[in-house]
Ligand binder design. Structure first.
Ligand SMILES: [Zn+2]
Length: 419
């Protein structure tokens, strides 16, 4: 298999996922992606899918509009699991809290009750990022009656989860930076808007999809990628890229032919964009022995759009020399970042005591294409065949090494966690 034909194979899978649409959980696009993964995964891994049906609190947006003070309607995008506004909409003043730091909330504490809070979405993959869900909770706790978050990309709305599970909440929507500019804090009063959101909530089901390629022992390396997304674009970087890389890794390791000490479990999770719910339910369903049998979780989320790759090692310090050593042998640039980051499915493994890392592109680079994740610009043209090929090569080498790593090394990973 030449490099160019394996690259086209990876891109073919990527495009097939993008063809399903944005893949918001609960939509036909998500179901189409699940069907694709069951077929492509079986072909790649040479084993049938193991499907876990997952019950979750379903939610569907029916309508979302924002009206400026002069009555002009501007687009907005309901955050996942937002509550609806009262019939007729929520008519209120907007308090702009800039980025939405703790200091900004504190400085304007008295102005927040009874108003809609406006904050900015930040580069998702950076050390100092304050997650949207944190800002939403701050707004709610401070007495805000609504939440608006301005996207990072000119001309686009922004998507994401409100973090709400069920019950109480405040209406929450993403807006464009252009709309946010019109709602900026200025002297002489607060801008007024009417936010109108209609939603439906119902019991729902989705699927986590696994492929178990057994090894010589009862231990596993779990290679995961979430396949759900949002409805603003094709969720191409985030995370058709990860699914395509995981499929390609399975194909290459299977073609390698020699049995490994540990088994490879491919895990394709859904409702990741819903506060990491799919993987949370999977990890919660494992008993102690099953958790102990997972030597490592390699989670691929948003790669292949530029030359940078970073492993977020969730505090498992001993993963760093292991991963950097492989990257050096393969002559692939890799950085590691140690603090625990709750920004993808690896977080649920790591929190349960399982060594876990996320491989991500564009980390801490404000100009990387990753800034368009969760916007209308997360489309297939962002992905580059050469960068996808490079990521597939590195992931294959890492997983192969983890499958055969000595027990002593795996124990070291597990015991190296810093709080
Ligand atoms: Zn993601």
């Amino acid at each position: 298999m030449s490099a160019s034909s394996s690259a086209s194979r990876v891109m073919r899978d990527l495009y097939a996922l993008c063809d399903c649409g944005g893949r918001l959980s609960g939509t036909p696009g998500e179901a189409l992606a699940a069907a694709f993964i069951m077929e492509a995964g079986a072909a790649a891994a040479g084993v049938p899918p193991i499907v876990h049906t997952v019950d979750y609190a379903g939610w569907e947006p029916l309508a979302a509009r924002l009206f400026m003070a002069d009555g002009e309607a501007v687009p907005c995008h309901p955050l996942v699991r937002t509550v609806p506004t009262p019939a007729g909409g929520l008519d209120a003043e907007v308090i702009d809290l800039g980025r939405g730091t703790e200091e900004e909330f504190e400085a304007h504490r008295a102005e927040i009750p009874g108003r809609i809070v406006l904050v900015r979405h930040e580069l998702m993959f950076a050390p100092g990022t304050i997650h949207r869900r944190v800002k939403y909770e701050r707004a709610r706790a401070a007495g805000a009656i609504g939440f608006l978050i301005s996207g990072p990309s000119a001309g686009s709305l922004v998507a994401g989860s409100s973090g709400r599970e069920a019950g109480e909440g405040i209406p929450a929507a993403g807006i464009s930076p252009e709309t946010a500019a019109r709602l900026r804090r200025r002297s002489g009063g607060y801008p007024r808007v009417r936010l109108a959101i209609e939603t439906r909530e119902m019991p729902a089901q989705t699927r986590n999809i696994f492929f178990d390629m057994p090894g010589e022992t009862e231990e596993w390396v779990v290679l995961s990628a979430h396949y759900d997304g949002h409805s603003l674009a094709e969720s191409a970087m985030d995370n058709a890229s990860g699914v395509a890389i995981a499929l390609e890794t399975a194909r290459r390791l299977r073609a390698g032919g020699k049995p490994a000490r540990r088994g490879l479990r491919l895990a394709f999770f859904s409702i990741e964009e819903w506060a990491l719910t799919g993987s949370a339910l999977y990890v919660a369903g494992l008993d102690e022995a099953e958790r102990a049998a997972i030597a490592l979780n390699v989670n691929i989320d948003s790669v292949g759009f530029d030359h940078t790759l970073t492993a977020l090692v969730s505090g498992y310090a001993a993963l760093e020399p292991f991963l950097l050593g492989i990257a050096e042998r393969e002559n692939i640039g890799l950085r590691t970042y140690r603090p625990f980051q709750r920004n993808s499915d690896h977080a649920n493994f790591a929190a349960a005591g399982i060594p876990a890392f996320r491989l991500v592109g564009g980390f801490d680079d404000a100009n990387a294409p990753a800034r368009h994740v969760l916007t209308a610009f997360d489309t297939r043209d962002r992905l580059d065949p050469a960068h996808m090929e490079k990521a597939a090569g590195l992931v294959t080498s890492i997983v192969a090494a983890a499958l055969d790593a000595p027990d002593e090394q795996a124990r070291l990973w597990r015991s190296s966690r810093e709080s």
